[in-house]
Design a protein. Structure first.
Length: 286
């Protein structure tokens, strides 16, 4: 039986079921919730990406538009100006997959031409109807994430009858939309913190195995999120231990990919949890 989680990203192939894979976050923005402005400069962004790869990142996810709660959208031209030089430079230097974090098909197209092989769409393919066709044209993997509303409105009184069931239905529906337009590799993400209250986020973690049973690799991004700040009453730059706890729980409950800021530390967390979960140390990249 073929391994349905054996994914090819350009020349690179990962068995996403073999161990936890780390996705390093690279925000090329002046205003992201956690590290906005730190890597807005091209040279600093490239340096940080290379450092994350040295620390064990399997994928670098590059975003040029903040999706923090309350944020406004930017133009295609501005988003391209931020991300394309970084993608071009990294694709010439590294051989791991690059992901473009965007909701705009025009940005995705240019990013895929520049060397990206993954499109991470936080709108779950609802923002731009051309996105699935563009991804399929370039044989790109698509990350379908759940978000209630838009970054501008998502934290304005989000309400669910059953948050996990709603996420499941949305992710499956949008995965089918992508497949119908020729996308062959899909990763799902429940969208921690995107249109969810504290209780919604905690329920997603408790019931995460319901999502891992959907038949697609699952990615989750708990890093430094506000639910950790609420629980611990701590600012963004003091949520390290809370992130580590959420990462460990996610892996134990079946996450295949973890989107993180602190790659080296979370790689170590993942190696230990993988060893506990699988009964042996998992170190070598596969």
């Amino acid at each position: 039986m073929p391994n349905q989680f054996l994914y090819r990203f350009g020349p690179v192939e990962y068995d996403l079921s073999s161990r936890t894979h780390l996705v390093g976050i690279l925000n090329v923005t002046p205003d992201s919730f956690s590290d906005g402005g730190r890597f807005f400069d091209k040279s600093r962004a490239i340096e940080h990406a290379l450092r994350m790869i040295e620390e064990g990142a399997d994928i670098i996810d590059i975003g040029g538009e903040s999706t923090r709660p309350g944020s406004d959208s930017i133009s295609v031209d501005e988003e391209l100006r931020r991300v394309i030089p970084v993608i071009e430079a990294l694709s010439a230097k590294v051989n791991i997959p690059l992901s473009i974090d965007t909701c705009k098909s025009g940005v995705a197209r240019k990013a895929l031409e520049a060397g990206a092989s993954i499109v991470n769409d936080v709108s779950g393919l609802t923002s731009d109807p051309e996105m699935p066709a563009v991804a399929a044209q370039y044989d790109a993997t698509v990350v379908v994430m759940h978000m209630k509303g838009t970054p501008k409105t998502m934290q304005v009184d989000p309400v669910y009858d059953d948050v996990v069931n709603e996420i499941k239905q949305f992710l499956l529906q949008q995965a089918r939309v992508a497949e119908a337009q020729g996308v062959e590799q899909i990763i799902l993400d429940p969208g921690i913190g995107f249109g969810k209250r504290l209780e919604h986020n905690l329920e997603i973690f408790r019931r995460f195995r319901e999502l891992t049973g959907l038949g697609y690799p699952m990615m989750i991004g708990p890093s430094r999120k506000s639910f950790i700040g609420i629980i611990l009453d701590l600012p963004v730059d003091s949520r390290f231990e809370g992130t580590a706890a959420a990462v460990a729980v996610s892996i134990l409950n079946g996450a295949n990919l973890i989107r993180v800021h602190e790659v080296q530390a979370m790689k170590r967390v993942a190696q230990v949890v993988d060893a506990i979960k699988r009964g042996a140390s998992v170190r070598a990249p596969v």
